[in-house]
Design a protein around this ligand. Structure first.
Ligand code: SAH
Ligand code: DHB
Ligand code: MG
Length: 225
């Protein structure tokens, strides 16, 4: 059966298999997705399996401070919040006040308000403030906002991390559009991937991720130290 069925259907079944085993959705996660949908937010949060991978990365590096660029309804933020120890903190940046409001409610419902701080504004300005106020270093930076900003967000990430930190970039394959970039966001994403691949300060890979279409997560470890 599996060997003869259409590849798309098989990939979806594999993704479901992984989710049921390793990323079962609980009430707080289901509510976050439901409330975000009801509030009319775009359904572009990470998949359950990718979210679990993000949580696992934060756990693997023993993250105490995590920085997220692009909150949406807080679905990925809840996973980072769950990875943090007592006293740990996620700072998540969001340009849209309404997204941030929905996210705060979702985070509150998940019991993580003491660990998750959502800041509203353009990430470019908020990142400059974070650097100015010396709020780093962060052990994980997750870049998931406007794709055109990725190269700039990479520069800030390098300033705000330390050896042993992870810099993660979502949507870096986007159904393959990054292979033949035809629009500005695909070009910027491609530049982001190329810069990371060539940067001797980083050890990195781009991991294909199953979603409705194939997307990708760029994973970079800050070396040295
Ligand atoms: N990380 C979320 C999904 C984020 S979607 C999750 O997986 O659950 C991208 C978000 O980035 C959107 O909410 C959008 O409003 C926000 N965004 C877009 N441009 C931005 C900018 N310049 N600064 C901050 N946030 C931005
Ligand atoms: C899309 C998905 C994302 O995770 C994102 O951050 C932005 C856009 C999309 O599928 O269009
Ligand atoms: Mg994304």
């Amino acid at each position: 059966m599996a060997e003869t069925e259409n590849t798309g259907a098989l990939l979806a079944r594999i993704d479901d298999y992984i989710e049921h085993l390793f990323a079962p959705q609980d009430e707080a996660l289901e509510a976050a997705v439901r409330e975000s949908r009801q509030a009319g937010l775009p359904e572009i949060q990470v998949s359950p399996n990718e979210a679990k991978l993000l949580q696992l990365f934060a756990e693997m590096v023993g993250a105490r401070r995590v920085l997220e660029i692009g909150t949406l309804g807080g679905y990925s933020a809840i996973h980072f919040g769950r990875a943090l120890p007592e006293g740990g903190e996620l700072i998540s940046l969001e340009i849209d006040e309404r997204h941030a409001e929905v996210a705060r409610e979702n985070v509150e419902r998940a019991g993580l308000s003491d660990k998750v701080e959502i800041r509203v504004g353009d990430a470019r300005e908020l990142l400059a403030e974070i650097a100015e106020n010396d709020e780093g270093p962060f052990e994980v930076v997750f870049i998931d906002a406007d794709k055109g900003g990725y190269p700039e967000y990479l520069e800030w990430s390098l300033r705000l991390t330390r050896p042993g930190s992870l810099i993660l970039g979502d949507n870096t394959i986007r159904g393959g559009t990054v292979l033949d970039p035809e629009d500005e966001s695909a070009r910027a994403t491609n530049e982001f991937n190329e810069r990371i691949a060539r940067d001797s300060r980083l050890s990195a890979i781009l991991l294909p991720i199953l979603r409705e279409r194939i997307d990708g997560l760029t994973i970079a470890l800050v070396r040295g130290g």
